[in-house]
Ligand binder design. Structure first.
Ligand code: DAH
Length: 354
């Protein structure tokens, strides 16, 4: 009995981890362990022998069990200590310098445009990027057979089989938001509508998705003169140049009458673009007086109200203002490009005072 006791207490003390300790437990006090075997031998003993051996075996079992329990706690403590030593963390270290994120030029320019037109009393209206045929075309006086539909390289949404209605489209311009704004607010109305538009086209100056901003002003006696003043005011503020000259070139859009494309005077001397001087002209937007049919489609009485509208490429004016050469890079998500052309999150939109 003393031998058993010494043997197992030593083995318990030597067990290096919980697995080794479990082996010792099974060998000593498990169902088939040595102590159990000894207990079985009690049957062969005389009653006198049994009276001595029985309690001694029980005491041995108890002693071994408490030695096992104590060792188990000690091993757990040691394991925790080892882990804590391993996983230490120096909370007094200085924080690591991280690169701050940046604002994409499209977001920045949208903010700038919005701030400038807000100063002139324009609110911001929004519409869905998936439009019905009606809002994208018909309501804007572009009926089914009109060549403008083909010219726009429209993306059509799939229709369920058997559904013969005209398919929805990815809006090809922000002009449908004009109609939505008229329906929602009625006249008088002054709003800009910035957002994404889609056309199946891809080269250095075209991407299948790009950004436009639409502007409309409707009142009883709005004229082309108001349009001209607004756009000049906008260009001065946006491009931060005092002397801006715009040229209104007669054009045609189904949704305006008369229509004008607007060019800005510029020079390309020395390979760099300067606005407001030189002998070149750069087209920046389309505009005109809203067609009476378009007003009617928006629920506005054309005999009482009239207004101007314009549509401008946000990406395009961003490229001009910030000297960005390739439109496709706007949508490549290249971090190096973003770090170069991006804006600090705390940089306020520029607003030229002159
Ligand atoms: N929707 C035209 C386009 O995407 C741009 C445009 C031209 C909008 C003239 C207008 C406008 O509001 O009056 O090409």
């Amino acid at each position: 009995m003393d031998d058993l006791r010494d043997k197992y207490l030593r083995q318990i003390g030597d067990a290096a981890d919980e697995a080794a300790l479990e082996q010792v437990r099974l060998a000593a006090v498990g169902k088939k362990g040595e102590v159990a075997l000894k207990m079985r031998e009690l049957g062969k003993m005389t009653p006198e022998e049994r009276q001595v051996a029985g309690p001694a075996l029980n005491a041995l079992k108890t002693e071994i069990n408490s030695a096992l329990a104590a060792r188990k706690v000690a091993l757990e403590d040691a394991a925790l200590d080892a882990r804590l030593r391993e996983e230490w963390l120096d909370v007094t270290l200085p924080t690591r310098a991280r690169r701050p994120g940046s604002i994409h030029p499209i977001s920045q320019v949208t903010e700038e445009v919005t701030a400038i037109f807000a100063d002139m009393g324009f609110s911001v209206a929004e519409g869905p990027q998936i439009e019905t045929d009606w809002y994208n075309f018909d309501a804007l006086n572009i009926p089914g057979h009109h060549p403008a539909r083909a010219e726009m390289d429209t993306f059509y949404m799939a229709r369920a089989e058997g559904d013969n209605r005209p398919p929805h489209v990815l809006r090809t311009h922000t002009s449908p938001v004009q109609i939505k704004a008229m329906e929602a607010q009625g006249a008088p109305l002054r709003a800009i509508c910035p957002g994404r538009v889609y056309r199946a086209d891809y080269d250095q100056t075209h991407t299948p998705m790009f950004n436009q901003v639409e502007g409309i002003a409707i009142d009883r006696d709005i004229s082309m003169a108001n349009l001209k003043w607004c756009l000049e005011e906008f260009c001065r503020a946006f491009f931060e140049v005092d002397e801006i000259e715009l040229r209104f070139r007669a054009s045609h859009f189904p949704f305006t009458e008369p229509s004008a494309e607007v060019d800005i005077r510029c020079s390309w001397e020395g390979g760099t673009l300067k606005l407001g001087e030189g002998d070149d002209w750069l087209e920046i937007l389309g505009s005109g007086m809203i067609h009476p049919k378009v007003l009617a489609a928006g629920g506005i009485d054309a005999s009482e109200w009239q207004g101007f509208a314009f549509g401008m490429g946000i990406d395009r004016i961003a490229m001009l203002k910030y000297g960005i050469p390739d439109l496709r890079a706007f949508f490549d998500s290249d971090l190096r490009w973003l770090r170069h052309y991006g804006f600090s999150a705390l940089q306020a939109p520029t607003r030229h005072a002159g």
